[in-house]
Every structure is written in C-alpha cells, then in structure tokens.
Design a protein around this ligand. Structure first.
Ligand code: GP9
Ligand code: MN
Length: 634
C-alpha cells in the first residue's frame, strides 16, 4: 500500500515535470519571438516583465483545450497549431509591422499581391522556430517518466489547465493596467496590445471584437447618430470664405500618388533632386507641408475612403472589404447630384481592394480599370501598367468626358518592391543599408517624370482652363522596418517622433485662379473632402464628416491617426508620449492629454458610424432635418 502511494506520488511528480517542460518550451519560444522578432517598444523593466509573463495564460488555454479534445495527441496538435500561428504572425509582422486581424483573412488574395515575394520574408533561421516541436514530440510520445508509463494527460487535467488560464490572464491584465488603464477598451494599437497581453491572447481578443462588431450593425438604430451630430456641431470649424467657390463648376482631377511621402519633396540623392518637377509645380499651387496620411490596414483603399467620406477608415481590416454594403453619402454621389460625371481611374484589376463593389456604394458613375487601358507587357512593369502610359491614356479619356467631371486617378509604379526596367531608371540607386529604400528613390524619380509629362500635356490641353488638380500621397512607402537606412539618408536618428513625422504625405491643389502658397496647417486626408467641396462652392449637406477645410485659417488643427495618436500645432502625441513639434523633444505627458482624449473620442464616433451603418438613417434623423429646417427658415 505504502509503496503504491509512493509510486503514485512519484508518478504525479514526473507528470507535473513533463507538463512544466512542455509548457516551458513553448513559453520560451513565444518569449523569444515576442522580444526579438516583434519590435514592441518596451519602455521599462515592468513592461519587459509583463511581456515575459504574458504567454503563460494563453499556453494554459491552448494546451487545456487540446487535451480536453484529444488527450495527449490533442496537446501535441495544440503545440503544432500554436507554433504555426506564431510563425504566421512572424511573417506578417516582417512585412507589415502589424498583426493579422480576422477581417484581413477575407482579403487573402489581396494580401498575397500586396507583399513582396515570400522569399524576402522567410529566413533559413526560421527552422529554429520549429525545432522545439520535435522536442515536444519526444517529451510527449517517447519519454517514459515512470518505468511503466509514458506521459498521459487526462481530459480532466485539460479542464483544469483551461480554467487556470483565467486567473493567469486576470493577473496579466491587472499587471498591464499598471502601465495602461482601460487597456482593452482603448485598443487602437495592436503593437501595444500584443506587448501587454501576448500575441495568442491578442487573437482571442480579436475574435471577441469581431463578434461584437457584427452585433453592432444588427443592434444599431437611428438614435446613435445623435451624439455624433452633437459632437460634430461642437467640434467642427466653419468652412473658409477665403477661396470658397474659387473653383466653382470646374472639373476636378484628384491624383493619388502611390506610396509618396513628403520627405522626398525638395530632397536630393547623389546631388540630384528626387522630384524635380513636383518641386517646381508646388510653387504654382497651394502646397501643404504638414499633411498626414491616416490609413491603416486598407492602405490605398483607406485613403480613398477618407477622401470620399471624410470618415476614418477602420482599425481592423480594410473598410472597402468589410463595409462595402453600407450606405454612404460620399463625395462622388454628392458631386453627381450637383451635375458632375464621376469616375475612378486605376489600371489594376477591378476587384482589387473590392473596389468594383465599394465604388458603387460611394456613387461613382464609372470605374475605368485595367481592362479599359491598353496594357501590354512592353508598357508594364512589376505591379502593372507603367505610370507614364496610365497618365497618357487617362488624359485622352478625360478629354472625351462629359463636363464637369470628377476623376480620381491612382498611380501604381511607385509601389513596393519598387523595381523598374532599365529604361525607366532616371537616377542611380541609393546607397543606404536598405535595398527597398535605395530602389524607392528610383521609382519616386520615375513617378515624378510621369507626372511631369501628364501635367505638361494637361496644361497644353483645353481642360487646363476649367480643371483643378488635387495631388496627394496615399500613404507611406518606407515602413519603420527601414528606420536605420532612413536615418542614414536623412542624417539623423529616427526616433518615434521622427517616424511619426515621416507619415506626412504631400498635398498640392493646383489650377488656374488658385494662387501659389505654402500652407503649414496641420491636417490629414480626412480634411480633403470639406476642402474640395468648399473650393467648388458646393453645399455638402452630409453633416457626418470629421474633416475641416484646410484653407480655413481658424480651423481646428488636429490630425488623428488610426492608432489614436495625433498631431496638432504644438505637439505630437504618440502612444502616451508627448513631443514638442518645434524641438522634437519629449515633454510632460499632460500637454498631450487633451489631444489623446479627442483622438479617442473622434475615432469612436467615426467607428460607430461605420460599424452601425448609421448613414442609412441620415434622412430620418430629426436633428438633421430640423437643422436643415432652420437653415431654410433663416
Ligand atoms: C492597388 C494599389 C496599391 O490597386 O492601389 O495598393 P496598396 O498596396 O498601396 O494599398
Ligand atoms: Mn497605395
């Protein structure tokens, strides 16, 4: 009897030991990935400890579920699936500096196109990420902890593991809240979330968010518009009178320049200007040098969403995919109601970013896509139709269009991986440590040449007199993965503040009757629609817009990023830290408190509109109608 008990005790002890080994093994791997592969901006020892601790609850959870469903084999399957999940995140992170969200999974085809070749993100060293799987297999299937038995987890133990995961997670959460209060309510930044709760818990959280999001639309009603309208009434600046109607009745050509950042403007490489044509052209129009992109996972399509709606895109997924079925009252449809013919012009497949579906919802009359251009292999490179031919064909098409028209042209050549044929290279490669950045200089230079040809032809055409151009960068081209090389090129250390400032993209409004000026107002793509509509002198009756006319001198200067960061006249707020714009130095956090709160509030308002599909209630809302009523009575 006594020996039996002793034997059992020993057996339990050995079993616990094997559990500890397997859990420890996975923990170690996850710890390594989270600290060495992801760059999560760990700021102090407390955060480092949280990061080290946070894998634990998720490991208990996945192993618990595995054992519950399939005993020992189930535990091994969990080990493999968990490892694969980590690895997929590693690959995604290398490419996007971000974590996958569920809505992104619906865009697999797009994702495959978006990234560079897979070989650039896979490294032979990655096999080490899987070595422990063999060790785990050995521990699970071959090791005999006691003389007679191999390790055999019972289902009951699976339940215990899964239940213990809960307090382990609660400890994690409490601990994380010492660094950031209301962590799970204020989650615009996935890097931050992963830093605090770990990458596997993040996926669980993302799944919960997905469920909630789907519920929102079902449960939404028109009353939810009221707080948004109140908020906008309080916070919106008046439109400017300065240039109101200056472009009345004119055609508008909006040109979205692929991956074009402000740092290339007036900058040189090997003593040559990177954008010689744009540098001169900007003197002829209103050039904005403090204008930021505000996109997230939807990249170009997010910038299109901002332009069309003056709403923020989403933090998870591309709104062009997730909410193309919503009702919008977008700029193309409003322009249509005001007598304009509207078209988007882009020489890529219609379905890319779900544009063919979304453009209908936004009210475009036509989508002139790849099939409408004379795309041949000789005139293509990399992503497709070269910009010079795209511009040339598009101008010819516009000459034939009914007027007034509004067209949006989207360029393509300056897209990652930034390669060109020899004839298109007009400047030597860069010499930094990043091939991406080195090639980017060349594609930027090429794009500028294509733009030059277009604008010159445009100026010589009949369109010139009656058309304004709005030229803007859609988003960054050089991600923070290339910070070091960027630092080499710019001759300074790229810290968080500089990285933030690199998110500026050029904006130029140009046309006859518009006088040249350099405008320093702090703004973003959300401001494009009100600015443009005011220039055209069109009364845009949709009250749900978050932007403010960039030409209004008294406008609220606040640019909010999708991560809940912001820039205003004096400060830049990044993940709780506050920087003075003039010096670039970090200052007391208080100075940014108001900005952070405004960012949070505004993003929530905008999200409630999109998630709840609230614009469908615009006509029935009494507040909107009564506003209109008062206006007509006045
Ligand atoms: C694709 C083009 C590029 O049609 O808009 O997309 P991006 O990767 O920049 O979002
Ligand atoms: Mn783009």
């Amino acid at each position: 009897m006594f020996t039996n008990k002793k034997f059992l005790n020993k057996q339990t002890g050995m079993k616990l030991f094997v559990y500890a080994l397997i859990i420890g093994l996975f923990w170690l791997k996850m710890f390594y990935i989270q600290t060495n592969i992801f760059s999560l901006n760990v700021e102090n020892a407390n955060e480092a400890n949280i990061l080290a601790y946070n894998p634990l609850s998720s490991i208990f959870l996945i192993f618990g579920i595995g054992i519950l469903l399939g005993g020992r084999r189930g535990m091994f399957v969990s080990y493999i699936l968990g490892s694969l999940l980590l690895y997929v995140n590693v690959l995604f992170y290398r490419e996007y500096n971000d974590f996958i969200t569920i809505p992104m999974l619906n865009q697999v085809a797009n994702l495959a196109d978006l990234g560079g070749s897979i070989t650039t993100i896979i490294s032979p060293m990655d096999t080490f990420i899987f070595i422990d799987v063999f060790l785990a297999a050995f521990l699970l299937f071959y090791l005999k902890p006691s003389r007679f038995q191999v390790f055999k987890p019972k289902r009951k133990e699976g339940i215990i593991l899964a239940i213990v995961a809960i307090p382990l997670f609660l400890i994690n959460l409490q601990w994380a809240e010492t660094e950031r209060t209301d962590l799970l309510e204020r989650t615009f930044d996935r890097n931050m979330l992963v830093k605090y709760i770990g990458v596997i818990n993040y996926h669980v959280y993302d799944a919960v968010l997905q469920g909630k999001t789907e519920m929102k639309k079902t449960l939404a009603d028109s009353n939810e518009l009221v707080p948004v309208i109140n908020y906008l009434n309080e916070n919106k600046s008046e439109d400017s009178d300065k240039l109101e109607g200056a472009a009345e009745g004119k055609n508008v050509i909006a040109i979205s320049l692929e991956s074009t950042q402000t740092f290339v403007v007036d900058n040189t490489l090997h003593g040559e200007e990177l954008t010689p044509y744009f540098n001169d052209l900007k003197e002829e129009g209103i050039y904005f040098d403090n204008f930021y992109h505000q996109v997230k996972q939807g990249r170009t399509s997010d910038s299109e969403f901002l332009l069309a709606n003056s709403l923020y895109p989403l933090n998870r997924g591309a709104v062009f995919f997730t909410h193309s079925g919503n009702e919008y009252d977008a700029m193309p449809s409003v322009l249509g109601e005001n007598g304009y013919y509207t078209a988007s012009m882009h020489a890529n497949d219609k379905t890319f970013w779900n544009r063919n579906v979304m453009y209908d919802s936004l009210g475009f009359d036509d989508f002139i896509s790849k099939e409408d251009y004379n795309v041949t292999p000789e005139k293509s490179h990399g992503w497709g139709y070269l910009d010079e031919y795209f511009f040339e064909d598009s101008l010819n098409k516009m000459k034939e269009m009914d007027q007034p028209f509004y067209t949006k042209m989207i360029t393509l050549t300056n897209h990652y991986p930034f390669t060109l044929g020899e004839e298109q290279k007009l400047i030597e490669e860069g010499e930094t440590g990043s091939g991406t950045l080195n090639r980017y200089f060349q594609t930027i230079r090429y794009q500028d040449e294509a733009l030059k040809k277009f604008v010159e032809d445009f100026k010589n055409s009949d369109l010139y007199e009656d058309t304004i151009l709005v030229i803007y960068g859609d988003h960054f081209g050089i991600s923070e993965n290339h910070q070091e090389a960027m630092g080499e090129y710019l001759g300074k250390d790229i810290n968080d503040y500089e990285q933030f400032q690199l998110q500026r993209v050029p904006l130029l409004i140009f046309g006859q009757g518009i006088e040249g000026e350099q405008n320093h107002t702090v703004g973003g793509q959300v401001d494009l629609r009100p600015t443009l509509m005011n220039l055209l002198g069109i009364d845009d009756e949709n009250p749900i817009q978050f932007g403010n006319d960039l030409l209004d001198e008294d406008r609220r200067q606040l640019m909010i990023t999708r991560d809940g960061n912001f820039a205003n006249e004096e400060y830049v707020g990044i993940q709780g830290a506050c920087y003075n714009r003039e010096t670039g130095e970090e200052v007391e956090g208080e100075a940014c408190e108001e900005g952070f709160n405004a960012a949070q509030e505004e993003l929530e308002m905008s999200d409630s509109i999109v998630y709840g599909d609230l614009l469908r209630y615009l006509d029935e809302t009494e507040m909107v109608n009564s506003d209109k009523q008062t206006e007509t009575n006045e």
